[in-house]
Ligand binder design. Structure first.
Ligand code: KG4
Ligand code: ZN
Length: 347
């Protein structure tokens, strides 16, 4: 089965041709455009700017994805666009699309484009929950049989921090999540006060790696509570107060990055491990932008269970993970019934 997959929930416009063959999902071609530079200049995402960038990028990104695969002329000519359309018409078995959660303007561009393609080309449409896509990024380049139920899923992204228990693809339970800010959001907000480039996660990781011991310590919120919940707005307040009270040298900036990263990682690992033990999980799957963090990955190694992380490039938002979810769990929906849902969660 070969799908054209689209992801436009936030500031990335991403498209991929993803195939399930011999029990393995592979990415045949992919292309991602990002409006990150625009948001870096405003210190965070302004939804209208992100939506405008989606409009600009969506068609060239689809075309480039197909041209990359076909090795055809990589230009914007009428002829190459026609070639790409013909390729879709002849070869793909359906279109996968993120329908939520995310920014409404950004989601709409992808959803309406995917619906139009589905209608015009008469191909099935597979709407996918972005958060599940993050977890199913773990299926890319792995044999399907390497992932074993029950598994605990940890989503750590810019907008979400959730722990779920999966007994099968369709039977899953939300165990807990953040009560306020997500892990990535806390990193980005603290990074903003430290005047780090947006998004701050990668820079916080880099600066934290320069610290050997760690003289600054922040609290890991809810770490001793007997639940699977998180709360990172208190951490943000603690860090901001500390920044306001001290003279911030480059070394102290690094220390703050180390303390922030540690406070988040400690609670995330403790609660994920607890969920895995309590529900006798056979594996833990991690996904979302913050899962690109090597310290998080290395700290998980202390757990005596297989822990799966996506390849780094499939940690942050990408079309391939949306295709992977639809390939493993294809739930077709008519284009007339498919609606972007910015508040989509786990039902
Ligand atoms: O999953 P994602 O690309 O977008 C959402 O769905 O939110 O996640 C983006 C988040 C940002 O908050 C960013 O700072 C964080 O992922 N991030 C990282 C790293 N790379 C991206 N956080 C920590 N360490 C990283 N290496
Ligand atoms: Zn995401």
């Amino acid at each position: 089965m070969l799908l054209l997959a689209l992801e436009t929930s936030c500031d990335e416009t991403s498209c991929a041709l993803v195939e399930l063959k011999n029990n393995t999902i592979t990415v045949l071609s992919e292309e991602t455009a990002t409006s990150l530079a625009l948001h870096a200049s405003t210190g965070g995402i302004i939804p209208e700017n992100a939506a405008r960038a989606q409009i600009e990028y969506i068609l060239p990104t689809i075309t480039k994805t197909i041209l990359n695969y076909k090795n055809a002329v990589k230009d914007n000519s009428e002829e190459s666009f026609k070639k790409s359309q013909e390729f879709i018409k002849e070869n793909i078995d359906g279109i996968a699309i993120t329908y939520g959660p995310g920014l409404i303007g950004s989601l709409l561009i992808g959803v309406e484009t995917a619906k139009t393609l589905s209608y015009v080309l008469d191909k099935p449409l597979y709407p996918v929950n972005h958060l599940l896509g993050h977890l199913y990024a773990n299926y890319i380049n792995r044999k399907l049989t390497n992932i074993i139920f029950p598994f605990v899923g940890l989503i750590v992204s810019g907008g979400h921090t959730d722990i779920l228990l999966f007994n099968s693809h369709t039977n899953y339970t939300w165990l807990g999540g953040t009560r306020d800010d997500a892990a990535g959001e806390a990193l980005d907000k603290i990074g903003r006060v430290l005047e780090l480039p947006y998004p701050a996660g990668p820079e916080i990781e880099r600066r934290a790696s320069l610290v050997k011991k760690g003289n600054v310590k922040f609290h890991s919120p809810l770490i001793n509570e007997d639940n699977f919940d998180f709360s990172f707005s208190g951490l943000k307040t603690e860090a901001i107060r500390f920044i306001q009270k001290n003279e911030i040298t480059e070394e102290l900036k690094n220390e703050i990055c180390f303390a922030t990263q540690k406070a988040i990682i400690d609670v995330v690992i403790k609660k994920t491990k607890k969920a895995a033990e309590q529900y006798n999980a056979k594996q833990i799957l991690v996904g979302g932008g913050v899962s690109a963090n090597s310290t998080l990955k290395n700290s998980f190694e202390s757990i005596d269970l297989p822990i799966l992380f996506p390849e780094r490039k499939y940690s942050t938002d990408n079309g391939a993970m949306i295709g992977a979810y639809a390939l493993v769990n294809p739930k077709e929906q008519r284009w007339e019934e498919t609606v972007a849902n910015p508040q989509l969660y786990f039902t």
